[in-house]
Design a protein around this ligand. Structure first.
Ligand SMILES: [Zn+2]
Ligand SMILES: [Zn+2]
Length: 192
């Protein structure tokens, strides 16, 4: 399958799509010669073949802003790897945090990855979270499921949840240790 290359502006949150190109070279050249639409912006290149496959970080000197990388050519990284790195930045596992610290991922600071969340398929952290609705008196789980949409407005938050198979949900518990994998205690919502 042939690839298409998009110049993305990561000075915006989330990243916005700029120009479309047939080759890596064309995309890199567009950034180097200056994008009229995004002067002074931090630009990257997204390779799409079916879906996003790689993200290219152009040399620091060829873009208006962004991380001060030392590579002279566009440096390409797999989308899967960037997705992992993005998750690792927020990991509470001390060994993962240490590995991130040691890695010094100059091209990919946390905020730059966060802005690329559309390309990385990590639209909203909350979307992949499991939540449970519990009875405030007994602590019993009334319903649980995966968050598919989050709507925040004026201090209120509305979650759309696809209900999980009841067999996966603990019968009754007030004990975080008995929660299904992927569910954190703080994700619990108390029935109003
Ligand atoms: Zn811009
Ligand atoms: Zn770089």
């Amino acid at each position: 399958m042939s690839s298409t290359y998009y110049v993305l502006c990561v000075s915006h949150d989330p990243a916005t799509q700029g120009t479309e190109h047939r080759t890596r070279g064309d995309a890199a050249e567009t950034i180097k010669t200056g994008s009229a639409l995004h002067p002074g912006c931090d630009l990257v290149i997204e390779e799409v073949s079916g879906g996003p496959v790689e993200i290219g970080c152009p040399p620091a000197g060829s873009r208006g802003s962004g991380p001060r990388c030392y590579h002279q050519d566009v440096r390409w990284t797999d989308v899967e790897w960037l997705r992992l790195l993005s998750r690792a930045y927020t990991s509470t596992d001390p060994k993962v945090s240490e590995a991130v610290r040691q890695g010094r991922f100059t091209c990919w600071p946390q905020e730059r990855l966060h802005r690329l969340r559309g390309s990385l398929g990590i639209e909203d952290e909350a979307r992949e979270r499991l939540v449970a609705l519990t009875d405030p008196d007994t602590g019993r789980v009334l319903a649980a499921g995966k968050v598919t949409d989050v709507d925040r407005a004026d201090g209120d938050m509305t979650l759309t949840v696809v209900q999980q198979d009841p067999l996966d949900v603990p019968r009754s518990d007030g004990d975080p240790a008995t929660l299904p994998p992927g569910m954190n205690w703080r994700d619990h919502i108390t029935a109003g």
